[in-house]
Design a protein around this ligand. Sequence first.
Ligand code: NI
Length: 187
Amino acid sequence: MIYPVTVYGDQSLRKKAQPIEKNYEGLAEVIENMWETMYNSDGVGLAAPQVGLSIRIFIVDATSGAEEEPELKDFKKVFINPEIISTSGDEWIMNEGCLSLPEIREDVKRPEEVRIKYLDENFEPHEEVFKGFAGRIVQHEYDHLEGVLFVDYLSPLRRRLLKSKLMGIATGKVQPHYRIKIPVKSV
Ligand code: NI
């Protein structure tokens, strides 16, 4: 089942998501639906708050980038109850987008590497370091579990310039090619 994607203005994107237990009801189905939703919207990552679930899960699949970055070839993973242990390396800028911020792309500075521990879909623990594009996606998706969006990193001026675009998203004036949940019914 494809979930509608929550967009800027939706409260679920601003909450700190909660850890889940292994016996979380319908977990396998939630993960399956998240994959379907992500592929349907052409995303490379999706966090549970983006489908209105305030739980600590995100998924990534950047295997399509393996031609340019060979280490992405296995970068299809489910992260449950992740915890960032540390970030390191020089900060670098990448132009980011987000399914919850349709039609907005902005340069965002983030550290090069991230060390993270997490459980996979079988609740097996892992601890790994991700760098480059993979490290970028992990940090972006992890932020969603903390209620953070990439526009939060922009300068006050840049944010002011985006204000009407953001309002447009929150009021349903921006219609991406995938189904969204409009946060504000009438303004
Ligand atoms: Ni995002």
